[in-house]
Design a binder for this molecule. Structure first.
Ligand code: AMP
Length: 368
């Protein structure tokens, strides 16, 4: 029997880890990715060509299903695959996640709360915008923003004008500055049969706009996880999801959740599922995309993740000390060192929550 094949648009670390999860399930992976040094080159068949390359897209279309590892896939690439085989998530879903204002409107339509926001598309939208979000806000470019790039905090009308100029007068959203207690995230998968499954609720911290740590279980009030699952189910069903998506939330004092944004794929905050003893988020996405039966993918043990991000002085983590810490596992992406670039992560698993937090503090000291 020929093994099932999974096609991936994009060959970064997420594709690398999807391919690594697919292999023991008997699945081969093909990635379309123009970067000859892309992380997935070492564990998948690498079609080294532009995302819009007709021959490359033809090879992907011949796979049993196609998925994406990033949301900024050119629309022409998705259009070229349309109708030739399953693309999951497909339809308008990936394009929606490329555009903050459209995404927020679609979240609200599905019944999920977001922070108050106004679209700032032209100069005419500036007057009154800040007042509409309570006098303090974050201006974010509607497209091509990630890891805290393309955004600015604004506290006055003058700030707002300067920030909009500074971001290049491109379409933006102005959001209320939310006084959240913590940031959490949750993955949800849905297959063609309409089965829905959830990942763990994970608690996240950021540094310089980039995810630094994720911890499971999240230290949230008792009802918050059920609320997260309810919101995730609404979005998955309301948007007709086939595949996996990850919701990032702000947890407000008291436990209520606002959705900050949605990634139509596995997410950096879910990497800890690789070593928590359960199914990983990568296996969950592979299964959902190929239409296999789904189960929840919560870890069986408390676990955490710390990202390894490039520093200006190219400092390496203290690997010997990290390896000596019980419960750590390295995951490296085979990328050249560059400041601010995600190079890998270290997962940590512990027998109980108290030990986890203690060892996480030790692990963090060893990663610049
Ligand atoms: P984003 O690119 O939307 O994920 O934003 C990056 C980070 O900025 C988030 O993880 C939050 O820490 C912070 N942030 C984003 N939006 C808001 C907001 N409306 N209020 C307060 N903090 C925010």
């Amino acid at each position: 029997m020929t093994p099932p094949t999974l096609g991936i648009l994009g060959g970064g670390q997420l594709a690398q880890m999807l391919a690594l999860a697919a292999l023991p399930l008997g699945i081969r992976t093909v990635v379309l990715e123009p970067d000859p040094q892309a992380p997935a080159r070492l564990c998948a068949e690498h079609l080294c060509a532009p995302y819009t390359d007709p021959a490359g897209l033809g090879r992907l279309a011949a796979c049993d299903a196609v998925t994406l590892e990033f949301e900024n896939v050119p629309v022409e690439a998705l259009a070229a695959l349309e109708g030739r085989g399953p693309v999951r998530p497909g339809g308008t879903l990936p394009a929606r996640s490329k555009h903050r204002a459209r995404e927020k409107e679609a979240l609200r339509a599905a019944g999920a709360a977001t922070a108050p926001f106004v679209a700032v598309e032209t100069q005419a939208d500036l007057p009154g915008a800040l007042e509409a979000v309570g006098g303090q806000g974050l201006l974010k470019t509607s497209e091509l923003g990630y890891d805290g790039k393309g955004q600015a905090q604004v506290n006055s009308e003058a700030d707002l004008r300067a920030a909009w100029e500074g971001l290049g007068r491109v379409p933006c959203v102005l959001e209320e500055l939310v006084a959240f207690e913590r940031e959490v995230s949750l993955g949800v998968a849905r297959n063609v049969a309409g089965e829905v499954a959830f990942g763990p609720l994970v608690e996240n911290t950021h540094r310089r706009g980039i995810l630094r740590t994720s911890v499971y279980p999240a230290q949230v009030p008792p009802d918050t996880e059920a609320q997260a699952r309810d919101l995730a189910r609404r979005v998955a069903e309301g948007w007709g999801l086939e595949g996996l998506l990850t919701l990032e939330f702000f947890q407000l004092p008291g436990g209520d959740l606002l959705v900050n944004e949605v990634a139509p794929r596995v997410h950096n905050s879910g990497h800890l599922t690789q070593d928590g003893g359960g199914v990983s988020q990568f296996e969950a996405q592979v299964r959902a995309v190929l239409g296999w039966p789904l189960t929840d993918w919560a870890p069986l043990h408390p676990c955490a993740m710390v990202n390894v991000v490039g520093t200006p002085d190219e400092r390496e983590p203290d690997w010997d000390a990290i390896d000596a810490l019980p419960g750590t596992r390295r995951h490296l992406y085979h990328k050249a060192h560059r400041p601010g670039r995600k190079l890998g992560h270290v997962n940590l698993v512990a027998p109980d929550v108290e030990t986890l937090w203690g060892r996480l503090a030790e692990l963090e000291r060893r990663i610049p």
